[in-house]
Design a protein around this ligand. Structure first.
Ligand code: GLC
Length: 657
């Protein structure tokens, strides 16, 4: 047992002893320590001690260190109150009265989990309503509300929607990433939400995975750098980096571990393709390729970690005690708390009783139930009372959860502040998103000096559904879990942006299908465009619904390209997709080809670069395949030569002015 752990244990025993005998003394701040690698200290099972006038509860004193406050509070809690803290329940599945009755520690919105009226004010009212119920509990322990704000506060209509992570991987700008984290935190916290289930730290090995776009790329160092920057952005919204700042939001680094490294066809849930499948690598590869982003984010102070649905060499991650407890909490010294994924413990082989025992004993601290919290709590209590789950494991879990809540100042400021609502979708945040879009674009081809475009180009034809559709530009995890085509939230479409970029003498025509035969020139002949811009790619999807073994462009996209090729002097193709696609024929047809990924609500960032106001700087965060036969890549032996990859990792052209 290392020295630091001994100090922590000694201090913890002192805290528990002191709080148990209620001596109001200054409690030394426990030295920062590696978390226990063995069973944590046996917390006293003394009956909860009520605060008295002469010895107000230490946990209510904001001057005390979070760990000491947590230890004091823990000593006052009944078993039921402790177990309630370990339950995370979906907001539509529980009435506020039950939040009070069961002392629920956390509420979440899943993808698309917005209130009846999807406005910032309605979100704040909903979250504050649950919080009021939590504060009605005997010890007034605040709940913490969590959402997937994976590219902005993306369930909220009117929030700034940033490019999905794949585009930010192409931008590869840690400072930008940190600023996006902070802006996202501000929009979330404005609605009372202080926990983001982000960033995804997957180092994606197979782009057939439907969650490829949620990752920064295939390279460990890239994911490490940007994931850590984003965690800092979320959690350190002021110079002091204090989590207690009401605008700070805790990160949830996910999905631990190897969610993006599973083998095609090994999935055990969802569409049974690759999402939630089995990662089949040795420990050396796990440590070298997939662990560094987590180690770095933990060192940067990440306060929660979400476990993956997937498996490692046949064992579900939610059952992997050696990884969760020994590696994360022990070796990496993670002092935050570990949360499950959505109903993920149910996928552990065995029945629900054994799922609860296995996952909690593996080191899970909070369970995203998310529906049947009564059964979960009954099952958990039974397991503790039977000794299947040691009391010390419960106390360790609850201590971690409470410590984070104290660090966040949730006891001092549990509610949203209406003064912050103007941060949602603010001009400053939208300008930041526009900068991110510009930096995310990757130029794959630029023949015949097609780019940059002149702002006085006489005739421009624009085609493709995505050119005029915010929902498609945003992709999955936007307003709805799966995302949705259409005018789903305020923003600037590419067509809007093109029209705003050109001078009055330029004529811009749009047709979704690239059909412009009705456009005639002065002589009544079919008009030809000086520049044709056609947007092709993928429709919105999320998670396993995006798993696909066919990444070819659709027949409609190819038909649009063909029509636009025939009607334009120069043709610019823009790919809006969550991953590289098979584009060989399209590339042949184009004068210029741009990978725009999933840019979000600020498509003016695209025209900033197309018209030369900003440079092309983006570089590919993924190796680009020439055919599906090349996938999954063996990164130690990539195909080369005429049948090699289409574009290598890191490829991207710039434009000579
Ligand atoms: C989902 C995802 C996870 C998300 C959680 C809550 O299934 O796997 O990334 O944080 O459920 O929405």
């Amino acid at each position: 047992m290392n020295l630091k752990y001994r100090i922590f244990s000694l201090v913890l025993v002192i805290c528990l002893a002191l709080s148990a005998c209620q001596q109001p003394t200054a409690v030394p701040t426990p030295a920062p320590t590696a978390a226990p690698t063995q069973a944590p200290v046996e917390a006293p099972t003394a009956a909860p001690v009520e605060p008295t006038a002469e010895s107000p509860a230490l946990y209510l004193d904001p001057a005390q260190p979070p760990a000491a406050r947590a230890a004091d509070l823990l000593s006052r809690m009944t078993l039921d109150e402790k177990l309630g803290q370990m339950a995370q329940v979906e907001k539509g599945s529980i009435a506020p009265a039950d939040v009070t009755k069961y002392g629920i520690g956390s509420i979440l919105s899943g993808g698309g989990g917005y209130p009846q009226t999807n406005s910032a004010e309605a979100w704040a009212k909903m979250v504050d309503g649950f919080q009021a119920a939590a504060l009605e509990t005997r010890l007034a322990i605040p709940m913490i509300y969590g959402v997937d704000a994976v590219h902005g506060h993306n369930n909220l209509k009117g929030a700034t929607i940033f490019p999905h992570n794949i585009g930010l991987g192409a931008a590869n700008d840690p400072d930008l990433m940190q600023r996006i984290g902070r802006a996202t935190a501000e929009e979330m916290a404005a609605t009372g939400i202080r926990w983001n289930f982000a960033p995804v730290l997957a180092v994606v090995q197979d782009i057939r995975w439907g969650r490829t776009y949620e990752s920064y790329g295939e390279n460990t160092d890239l994911v490490t750098s940007l994931g850590t920057a984003y965690v800092k952005g979320l959690q350190q919204v002021d110079a002091q980096g204090s989590l207690a700042n009401p605008l700070a939001v805790i990160a949830s680094i996910k999905h631990f571990i190897g969610d993006g490294a599973t083998k095609w066809g090994t999935a055990t849930s969802g569409a049974n393709l690759i999402d939630r499948g089995d990662m089949q690598v040795d420990e050396a590869t796990l440590r070298a390729r997939f662990l560094p982003p987590y180690a770095s984010a933990i060192k940067a102070g990440a306060r929660t970690l979400m476990v993956s649905f997937s498996s490692w060499n046949g064992t579900k991650m939610h059952a992997q005690k050696a990884l969760i407890t020994d590696l994360v909490k022990g070796e990496l010294g993670f002092t935050g708390f570990v949360v499950s994924d959505w109903q993920a413990i149910d996928e552990i082989p065995g029945n629900f009783d054994s799922d609860v025992v296995t996952s909690i004993n593996a080191g899970l601290d909070m369970i995203m139930v998310p529906y049947d919290y009564k059964t979960f709590l009954t099952t958990l209590k039974k397991a503790v009372e039977s000794g299947q789950i040691p009391q010390a494991r419960i106390d360790d879990a609850v201590l971690r959860i409470l410590t984070v809540k104290f660090e966040m100042g949730l006891f001092e400021h549990p509610y949203s502040d209406p003064a912050n609502l103007s941060l949602v979708g603010s001009e400053a945040h939208r300008a930041l998103a526009r900068e991110a879009v510009a930096k995310s674009l990757v130029l794959l081809k630029n023949d015949n000096q097609a780019l940059p475009l002149a702002k006085n180009t006489p005739v421009i034809f624009v085609a493709g559904e995505a050119a005029n559709d915010i929902g498609t530009l945003c992709g999955g995890w936007t307003i709805e879990w799966q995302g949705k085509a259409g005018d789903i939230t305020p923003g600037t479409t590419l067509l809007d942006a093109i029209k705003s970029s050109v001078t009055p003498e330029s004529q811009v025509f749009y047709n979704r299908f690239g059909k412009f035969e009705n456009q005639k020139d002065a002589n009544g002949n079919s008009l030809k465009a000086d520049i044709g811009i056609v947007v092709v790619g993928e429709k919105p999807y999320a998670e396993f619904q995006g798993d696909s073994n066919n990444l070819a462009l659709s027949d409609l996209d190819m038909a649009n390209i063909e029509r636009m090729r025939a009607s334009s002097q120069k043709l610019i193709i823009i790919l809006v997709s969550g991953r590289p696609m098979i584009i060989n024929d399209a590339l042949e047809s184009a004068d210029a080809f741009v990978a725009a990924w999933l840019p979000g609500t600020e498509a003016a960032g695209i025209t900033d670069v197309l018209f030369g106001d900003q440079p092309f700087t983006g570089k590919l965060p993924f190796t680009w395949p020439r055919s599906m036969d090349q996938i999954p890549f063996d990164f130690n032996n990539l195909p080369t030569g005429a049948d090699g990859v289409l574009f290598p990792y890191g490829y991207g052209l710039s434009v000579e002015k």
